[in-house]
Ligand binder design. Structure first.
Ligand SMILES: C[S@@+](CC[C@H](N)C(=O)[O-])C[C@H]1O[C@@H](n2cnc3c(N)ncnc32)[C@H](O)[C@@H]1O
Length: 293
């Protein structure tokens, strides 16, 4: 089945002047890789990050919730399946049409009917006070103006509304990125590496406090374990930094082929030495209330 045929079965996607697809990272042009990445990240403790974060919220079944920068919808579906919200009350918004198509297919597969809207968080197409709750999970670091995006999220909330914003900590170094950058160095491939994230567990609270009176911080610490180099490589091949590199026209085919080979080799060396490759997880959530906009 080609893409056009399968798209016919999807609900119409409302379009509200979101950026052209070229403004987005190639990784976000479709949702399949992101979904596979999330489905592969099993915590050693058996906990589920999405459930842990949603459990922090005062969720009620009749609420209208916005999932801003929804991706393939990993936070939207539990709202319906585990917390009893009506799917019609959930609005999935993303600036990538491809990501929304993946989310819409996922919703259809699960029998849900949320609203789908293509829009930028910096300019949400909703009147003030439209939602009881909003989520901006692992997305605020992408915005060109984070304070403006947070102000926009606060604006669309009712006075008693809440915001959930999840993100990564800057205080952890994960093997998948360390091996990636070490392999780029060995292959002589140019890259730029940010020293810190523009929206992290360390700096996020201050940014959120510009539009919310109350901001609570919660850390989620765990680890993921890899018992084989192939298992690690399969995970590596779903990350944005690797997929975006494959889209770079100036990088040679040899270098693109050499990269996963080198990453796999590094994982194999660690597993040979320690019996297992242990990747620390340090991420978390901010729960905000009393919007000031
Ligand atoms: C790392 S993914 C997170 C997806 C989802 N929230 C999750 O936690 O699984 C980031 C998502 O934000 C979307 N995105 C990036 N910039 C955006 C913007 N300015 N407005 C709306 N969505 C955006 C991307 O297309 C992508 O789907």
């Amino acid at each position: 089945m080609n893409a056009i045929t399968s798209d016919r079965s999807l609900p119409p996607l409302a379009d509200h002047s979101c950026p052209s697809p070229s403004a987005l990272s190639p990784y976000y042009e479709k949702g399949d890789q992101l979904r596979e990445k999330h489905q592969r990240s099993n915590m050693a403790s058996g906990r589920c990050f999405e459930r842990w974060a949603l459990d922090l919220l005062p969720l009620q079944s009749k609420e209208a919730v916005l999932d801003a920068g929804c991706g393939w919808g990993r936070f939207s579906w539990p709202l319906v399946e585990k917390y009893g919200l009506a799917s019609i009350g959930v609005t999935c918004c993303d600036s990538s049409y491809g990501m929304l198509r993946t989310a819409a297919k996922e919703a259809a597969r699960r029998g849900h009917s949320p609203q789908f809207i293509a829009a930028d968080i910096l300019s949400l197409p909703f009147p003030a006070g439209s939602f009881d709750g909003a989520m901006a999970n692992h997305v605020l670091y992408h915005l060109s103006d984070i304070r403006d995006g947070i102000r926009e999220l606060a604006r669309v909330l009712r006075q008693e509304g809440w915001l959930l914003a999840t993100t990564n900590s800057d205080e952890v170094s994960v093997p998948v990125l360390e091996y990636h950058y070490a392999a780029l160095d060995e292959l002589g491939i140019d890259y730029s590496r940010e020293s810190s994230s523009p929206f992290s567990m360390e700096n996020g609270r201050q940014l959120l406090e510009s539009s919310f009176e109350v901001v609570h911080t919660f850390y989620f610490e765990d680890e993921t374990l890899y018992h084989s180099a192939d298992e690690f490589l399969a995970s590596y091949m779903t990350i944005g930094r690797y997929r975006n590199l494959l889209a770079r026209a100036e990088v040679s085919r040899e270098a693109k082929e050499g990269l996963p080979r080198l990453v796999r080799q590094k994982a194999e060396e660690t597993i040979r030495e320690h019996g297992v490759l242990c990747s620390p997880v340090r991420i978390g959530a901010f729960v905000c209330s009393e919007p000031t906009e």
